[in-house]
Design a protein around this ligand. Structure first.
Ligand SMILES: O=P(O)(O)OC[C@H](O)CO
Ligand SMILES: [Mg+2]
Length: 236
């Protein structure tokens, strides 16, 4: 089934290409428990994809921690543990195959992550070669308004010459805030959420996949994987 015709692709990073969301969860669970609070998936869903300070504000407010810790202190308290974990970040299934395929076919693709540059560098320690394939990499510290604002995706698209129309861009996202940002930018969006994310938060995207491994580029007018079976014609 044809879903669209795109020419440019923009990837989110955490939870989509890299298995780093679990690292945030472990560290934040620990910090929350110090205050006798529980770090739930409902709370995580509201924080995922946001710039760090925005996510910290959500946590402090949702856990009623005002007066006990500031968002800035929360970020500083979690930093050492994250810095230790990020350099071990692994790719999620299907990520490398898709990126190398797009590069081989000369499909333009860029990165748009809410992570700031220092975290981006730590998280990609084991994957420098793969992440050098992006035409450009936009990190959260380069834009003022984070997801769910459309700015990061519009900025990523504006760096191509000539810039593609938003409707020709396909965004891959794992977070509700990221899907909202992509749609606000007027772009098409494939969501690949964690299986624990509430399905009610997954209805904004144009396509919902359980893994990048099941992405079929042909459905979006992109070159097929070399080992793809020819698309079946509907029977007459
Ligand atoms: O999903 P990303 O790549 O925009 O990054 C998000 C944050 O760093 C953590 O949710
Ligand atoms: Mg993400």
């Amino acid at each position: 089934m044809q879903l669209g015709q795109v020419t440019h692709v923009i990837f989110d990073m955490d939870g989509l290409l890299l298995d780093t969301e679990g690292m945030y969860t472990v560290v934040q669970q620990k910090l929350a428990s110090k205050f006798g609070k529980e770090f739930t998936w409902a709370l995580k869903s509201k924080m995922m994809g946001l710039k760090a300070i925005e996510a910290a504000r959500v946590l402090v407010s949702e856990l009623d921690l005002e007066g006990q810790i500031t968002p800035e202190q929360f970020l500083s308290d979690r930093e050492e543990a994250l810095d230790e974990m990020f350099p071990d970040a692994q790719l999620l299934p299907g990520a490398e195959r898709l990126l190398r395929h797009l590069a081989a076919c000369e499909v333009p693709f860029a990165l748009a992550t809410s992570s700031h540059l220092r975290h981006f560098n730590l998280k990609t320690t084991l994957h420098g070669d793969l992440f050098s394939l992006f035409d450009h990499r936009v990190t959260g510290d380069q834009i003022s308004n984070g997801k769910p604002a459309p700015d990061i995706f519009l900025h990523a698209a504006s760096l191509w010459q000539p810039p593609p129309a938003p409707s020709s861009c396909l965004v891959f996202e794992d977070a509700p805030s990221g899907v909202a940002a992509a749609k606000a930018a007027g772009m098409r969006c494939v969501m690949v959420p964690d299986s624990r994310l509430d399905r009610a938060l997954c209805d904004g995207a144009d396509q919902l996949l359980t893994s990048l491994e099941s992405f079929d580029p042909e459905q979006w007018g992109l070159p097929p994987f070399p080992d793809a079976q020819p698309q079946q014609r509907p029977e007459a």
